[in-house]
Structures are given as C-alpha cells and as structure tokens.
Design a protein around this ligand. Sequence first.
Ligand code: PGA
Length: 255
Amino acid sequence: MKTRKPFVVGNWKMNGDLIANEHLFTALRASIDRSLLSQVEVAIAPPYPYLGQASAWLGDTEMAWGAQDVASFENGAFTGEVSASMLRDLGCRWVIVGHSERRTLLGETDDLIAHKAERALAQDIGVIVCVGETLEDRESDRTESVLAAQIDALARFTSGVRVDRFVVAYEPVWAIGTGRTASPEQAQAAHVFIRSRLAQAGADAARVRILYGGSVKPASAPSLFVMPDIDGGLIGGASLVAEEFVAICRSAALA
Ligand code: PGA
C-alpha cells in the first residue's frame, strides 16, 4: 500500500463543447462516487471557457476541477491571459503547467513555467508541473539531463511547498497521444530519478506525488500504477471517454 494517495487528472486539452461536456460530467458523477474518491483523488481540467460548467457539475462532489494553464502575470493589460486569482474565483483547486504541448508549440521555457507555478501557489492553487524528454533526447541518452534541468528550474519554490499543492507529471513527449506508452520499468526509472532530483531541490520528495502521462489507457494503467513511484496518471485522450477514465481511476485506487 502506497503512502501517497493516488491522483488521476483528466486533461481534456482543446476538446469538448457544452453538450458533450454535459454528457461526460453526468457519466463521471454517476460512476466516481465517494467510496472511490476515498481511495483516489480525481481532478478534471477542461478548457478555460468550461470551468464554470465544471464547477456547476462537480461543485457538490469531491472531484476537483482545474485549468490547463495560467498566466505568469498577476493581472492587468495582458490580452488573452487568465490569472491565478481568476482561476481561484472559479473554484479551481489545480492547474497544469508546463505541458509539453505548451513547451513545444508555444515556446514555454522552464523559467516561465516556474513563474506560472509560483503565481498559482500564491493563490493557494495546486500545481501539476509536467516534465518529460523527447524521443531524440531519449535516443541520445539525454533523458536524465533534460529532466534534471526541468526539475531544477522549480527550485525557487520547491523547498517548503506543501505536498498537497505540488504534483509532478512525468510525460515522455514521445508517448503523448501517440499510442506508445513508456513501459512500467521505463516510467518507474524516470520517476525515481525525478524524486531524487526533487529532494536535491529541497522538496519533501518522498511525499510528492509523481503522475505518469502519455497514452494511458484502461489496459495499460494497472501495470503502470502498480510501480512503487508512480502515484497516478495525467490522462489525455482516455479522459474524454467516461468509461475509460473511470476504469483508469479504479485501477489507481486498486494499485
Ligand atoms: P494522452 O495525453 O493520454 O492523450 O497521451 C496525455 C497528456 O498529454 O497529458
């Protein structure tokens, strides 16, 4: 039995609409009950415009909702940005920062990601910081140095950060949306490395949850979640299909 409570987060990415979301929320409410939530923490991250809808559908449950990004600025003339205090207003308990899609498609740097995380933490919003290497990094034996740089960049807030407000998601870029999952052993090795690096950065590393993300499906979830340093998952594609997401939450509860 792991001492860290497993955590499963649904990252809807830029998918959904009011009607489709309503179906998904209805199905999640029906299947993810209190008894399951006593064994696994669950959060849903819909696109920004649907955070109010998430609050309406999940507000009376113990499921949390959160955003997929946050501004690094506090407030003011930043057209198109959404601040941490706005997320707080909408009841977000979590925010994902540093997803590889934002790192690669939108040029987000380690430094920017650390700033975003600090903004969220200052509003008492938990952060799920994504890290992970590309296929090229892995094939040229740079996985550990890339992960080290991504974790070290967080050092200005990791010492003293509350472990219920700080989660790391290991998402090898080559496994995201590709159907290619890291093997449980590959993921476990990366998680051990991340945990040791978090300790060096002053975090209470033994208590920080490290999620795996990248093509997690109901069939692959159990063998990943059983690994000692894998504390749940950040789920993309499968979080859009209620039965798949619920099955993944159940495997996390059983691991
Ligand atoms: P995937 O996405 O499960 O669709 O691979 C995971 C993620 O990018 O968070």
